[in-house]
Design a protein around this ligand. Structure first.
Ligand code: OFO
Length: 169
């Protein structure tokens, strides 16, 4: 595997692991706050990010590179509200999208078309994740401080949990 590609994919492995830990911290906070629908949504989202990391780990190793399993900084553990959580989540996803775009850019510069092809899955996934986070934030804006609305929002968040994906690469 081209060393520049290996390096940037390893950077992405760390980004996905960081996402997984951050969403796990958010899930744990939500559970302690008694907003269980939100907690379940975030636990599932954390698992999804771990699957993204694994997908990259397996791809790097199968293509003759060496995946690096990173250490992760302790994530933020206190949040002000569900809106605060999902605002941070969207900001984080936008950062990850920028990183994915950078990987795609390097693939083109290095003429590595098979990694470029592999990364298209992540490009599509980022679009979905950003759209989902924006959708949730829009709902929260509408609800404002209405406790009944927040109760229903939390209950319904369960329905937005996507199915865990088994990594194929
Ligand atoms: Fe891995 O999609 Fe979010 O970060």
């Amino acid at each position: 595997m081209n060393t520049r590609i290996e390096k940037i994919l390893n950077k992405q492995i760390k980004a996905e692991a960081t996402s997984s830990q951050l969403y796990l911290a958010m899930a744990s906070w939500a559970e302690c706050e008694g907003i269980n629908g939100t907690a379940q949504f975030l636990y599932a989202h954390s698992d999804e990010e771990r699957q993204h990391m694994l997908k990259l780990v397996k791809f790097v190793n199968e293509r003759g590179g060496k995946a690096e399993i990173p250490s992760i900084e302790i994530p933020q553990k206190e949040f002000e509200s569900p809106s605060h959580v999902f605002t941070l989540l969207l900001e984080h996803e936008i950062q990850v999208t920028n990183m994915i775009n950078e990987v795609v850019f390097v693939c083109l510069e290095e003429k590595d078309y098979s990694t470029h092809n592999f990364m298209q899955w992540f490009v599509a996934e980022q679009l979905e994740e950003e759209a989902l986070a924006r959708n949730i934030l829009d709902k929260l804006k509408l609800i404002g401080n209405d406790k009944g609305g927040l109760y229903l929002f939390d209950r319904d968040l369960n329905t937005l949990i996507s199915k865990p994906e088994t990594p194929t690469n």
